[in-house]
Design a binder for this molecule. Structure first.
Ligand SMILES: Cc1ncc(C[n+]2csc(CCOP(=O)(O)OP(=O)(O)O)c2C)c(N)n1
Ligand SMILES: [Mg+2]
Length: 321
């Protein structure tokens, strides 16, 4: 039986939440090194928006991108192996959490520098146009990226050159510990994109259906050759910025208040009220997803790390391969 679109959305969001819960556990156990940024609270954006994308489209994201890679079709076990620095990881264990990359699914990163993905996405879109390749480029970034000059430069060129670009801003109202209202004189991000002559709208990022519908409409316009579109998804991150963040910049009450609009609980509640989900079905779904995540973690744990002799392979000035 094929699951209903709503049940599929719910399962996908749960998979991301549980995948990252496992990643946090492995991080605390010292198995994952470096930085780890989790997506709790924002799942509806990756899950809803990816329904509008086609296999030929390219995707660019930032460092909070585990969900985007998985939704794009990268196997969770290859993402988990990457987090653990294993050679079977999606970036051969050399990128880690912030640098997932998979050319086969046109998933071009994973960028650690804020706003770095924007000009890359514009370049990919321009290349597609010049080589007459089909498909659009979906560019995901946070509200923090809109603080940067690169954001404005990219908006300008994308609009000027009518590029096939879908800008998907995940506005969780914080860039590390600084709230949007403490950084920007004008906090309406969609308005800024509109200033470049690009159709732009703000959408509830906690409602997976609203995300899916807005992205579908915007993607269709881009595919018709109408140039770039911009969506600002208003959302909230429930966890700290990264695993290192003591969260001194916001109150516990503020986070608890935002949790009332947990995208997973919102959808589950809707399905329960509609009579298509009960406790037993939800628990069964959770168990299945947990098993899938455990399988990915066990696979990753058993994989080898790169040998010391190979560490400089493919590094400029390193050992020739
Ligand atoms: C150019 C640059 N400046 C500063 C940093 C440090 N930094 C890392 S994440 C981040 C916050 C970005 O916030 P946002 O784009 O809203 O994404 P979010 O973490 O909220 O998902 C900053 C300032 C960086 N990585 N790159
Ligand atoms: Mg942010």
């Amino acid at each position: 039986m094929t699951p209903s679109p709503a049940a599929d959305f719910l399962r996908r969001m749960l998979r991301i939440r549980i995948f990252e819960r496992k990643a946090a556990e492995l991080y605390s156990a010292g198995k994952i090194r470096g930085f780890l940024h989790l997506y709790d609270g924002q799942e509806a954006i990756a899950v809803g928006s990816f329904r509008a994308l086609r296999p030929e489209d390219a995707v660019v994201a930032n460092y909070r991108e585990h969900a985007h890679a998985i939704e794009r079709g990268v196997a969770p076990r290859r993402v988990m192996a990457e987090l653990l620095g294993k050679t079977s990881g999606v970036s051969r264990g050399r990128g880690g959490s912030m640098h997932l990359f998979d050319a086969a699914t046109h998933f071009y990163g994973g960028f650690a520098i804020v706003a770095e993905g924007l000009p890359v996405a514009a370049g990919l879109a321009l290349a597609r146009r010049m080589t007459r390749q089909p498909g659009l480029v979906a560019c995901y970034f946070g509200d923090g990226a809109t603080d940067e000059g690169e954001f404005h430069e990219t908006m300008n060129l994308a609009a000027l050159w009518n590029l096939p670009l879908l800008f998907l801003c995940e506005n969780n109202f914080y860039a590390m510990g600084t709230a949007l209202s403490r950084r920007q004189a004008r906090t309406d991000i969609a308005l800024k994109a509109g200033a470049y002559g690009m159709p732009a709208e703000a959408v509830d990022g906690q409602d997976v259906f609203a995300v899916a519908e807005a992205t579908r409409r915007a993607a269709e316009a881009v595919r018709r050759g109408e140039g770039p579109r911009f969506i600002e998804f208003r959302t909230y991150r429930f966890r700290a910025h990264s695993m290192y963040d003591p969260e001194l910049y916001r109150s516990r009450e503020e986070v608890e208040k935002a949790r009332v609009r947990d995208p997973i609980a919102l959808l589950a509640g809707r399905l329960r009220r509609g009579g298509t989900l009960d406790d037993a079905a939800y628990a069964a779904m959770e168990r299945e997803v947990e098993a899938e995540v455990d399988e990915a973690a066990n696979f990753a744990a058993g994989e080898p790390v790169e040998s010391v002799e190979d560490l400089l392979k493919d590094v400029v000035g390193g050992r020739p391969s």
